[in-house]
Design a protein around this ligand. Structure first.
Ligand SMILES: Cc1cc2nc3c(=O)[nH]c(=O)nc-3n(C[C@H](O)[C@H](O)[C@H](O)COP(=O)(O)O)c2cc1C
Length: 394
């Protein structure tokens, strides 16, 4: 369950706006909880005032630090504190995913001309903006965050409401969609959608998605290019997973990425064993004390080499490592979490895996890759170290 704590002067806006439809059902099913904390309740003024004039002059009133601070203290949670402000990072799907793995989130809504800077500096961990325009208060942005974060919580969307392929998930806009009737004002539904040919429909949709994005939001395509770099820099070892599955399409993309790796003399000596059965994953976890996360993983890919296919025998580890790294990068690119679990070159570890998977004598396991829907978020690591770079000679 994700608990939202909204520090606000207007709880009725929040409750009134969110107590409907999908979010109401999510609250009823205890998947999310929305708790408003009325900042005015913490005013020490006899008239319950929470604002005052700004030092140095200027128009408008400012929310005072003390009631905001005391409202925050009343929540008693060690979690992200998000201040909705035009100063913040522009909210997007990636940030929604980052916040969706938390158990608690505090959202601070300002009013009047703003909030005393000292309390912002003291309690806020994340400043978020929903766009470059000014609103009368932080309640509407807070509701937008609550909506987009909540729909990422497992089971909040029902089967008919969820969609594997949605706008922004891949920095592409969604393809056009149609429902009955087949002809409206003389306009026909594209024929291919009536063909029943699922792979042709999938291709058509991908193409339409690309074309729509190119025409309406070319900036997103540029972002996609930048993301290729991000997929490398933001990859981290993810060892905590949600109880959610990885789709067949995602698995296929991971394996395609693996097989796009370079290999010595183009031997492509790799073989992949995919384990998805929960009992089997738990069994694999017992083979190595450092592989415990497999118990909660959606799947494992064991990257192996076929020694019979190796032309330059000694390079099988490098070939399979390149394939492994492609899987890790692709997993990150798709919003999945993965970690490389070492097996080779240790004979005893390799033997335990070989016995478990019934690997023939010529098939050698390099590693196990544990993969799932992330339940932790790690910041990108920048390990760049100029001392490790040597020019011409060491
Ligand atoms: C050859 C190899 C073996 C690894 N084995 C394990 C392992 O058995 N268990 C584990 O939790 N992580 C394992 N890792 C992941 C490393 O701990 C991780 O990559 C490292 O701490 C850097 O963190 P980052 O991947 O988040 O940047 C392994 C990584 C490599 C390359």
């Amino acid at each position: 369950m994700l608990n939202f704590y909204v520090l606000t002067l207007f709880p009725e806006i929040i409750y009134g706006g969110l107590n409907h439809s999908i979010l109401k059902r999510a609250v009823d099913k205890n998947l999310i909880r929305i708790n408003c904390v009325n900042i005015r309740d913490f005013s020490k003024d006899k008239n319950k005032r929470v604002d005052d004039y700004t030092y140095g002059g200027g128009c408008g009133m400012l929310m005072q630090a003390q009631p905001v601070y005391d409202a925050f203290k009343s929540v008693k949670k060690n979690c992200p504190v998000i201040f909705l402000t035009p100063h913040g990072k522009i909210f997007n799907q990636k940030l929604a995913r980052k916040f969706a793995v938390e158990n608690d989130l505090i959202l601070l809504c300002g009013h009047y001309e703003g909030i005393d800077q000292r309390v912002i500096d003291e309690i806020v961990t994340d400043e978020i903006s929903i766009g470059d325009y000014i609103l009368t208060g932080g309640e509407l942005p807070a509701m937008i965050l609550i909506d987009s974060i909540s729909r990422l919580i497992p089971n909040v969307l029902g089967k008919n409401e969820s969609c594997e392929y949605e706008s922004f998930e891949n920095n592409l806009l969604e393809y056009p969609q149609y429902t009955r009737p087949e002809v409206f004002h003389g306009k026909h539904v594209p024929k291919i959608l009536l063909s029943g040919n699922h792979s042709a429909i999938k291709n058509w949709r991908q193409r339409q998605s690309f074309i729509t994005t190119w025409m309406k939001r070319p900036d997103l395509l540029k972002k996609m290019e930048e993301n290729k770099m991000n997929a490398i820099f933001s990859r981290r070892s993810i060892r905590k997973y949600k109880n959610e599955s990885v789709t067949d399409e995602q698995l296929e993309l991971l394996l395609r990425a693996a097989m796009a790796a370079p290999s010595a003399m183009n031997s492509q000596c790799w073989e992949f064993v995919v384990v998805r059965d929960k009992n089997h994953l738990s069994e694999l976890a017992t083979l190595n004390p450092y592989h415990q996360m497999l118990k909660d993983a959606a799947l494992a890919i064991i990257v192996c080499a076929d020694l019979n296919k190796i032309l330059a025998n000694e390079y099988w580890i490098q070939n399979c490592s390149a394939a492994t790294q492609n899987i890790l990068t692709q997993a990150n690119e798709m919003g999945l979490g993965a970690v490389w679990l070492g097996v080779a070159p240790y004979e005893d570890k390799m033997q335990r895996i070989s016995d478990n998977l019934n690997l023939p004598e010529n098939i050698k396991p390099l590693n196990v890759i544990s993969i799932g829907v992330p339940d932790e978020f790690k910041n990108a690591n920048d390990n760049f170290d100029t001392k490790k770079i040597h020019y011409e000679k060491f």
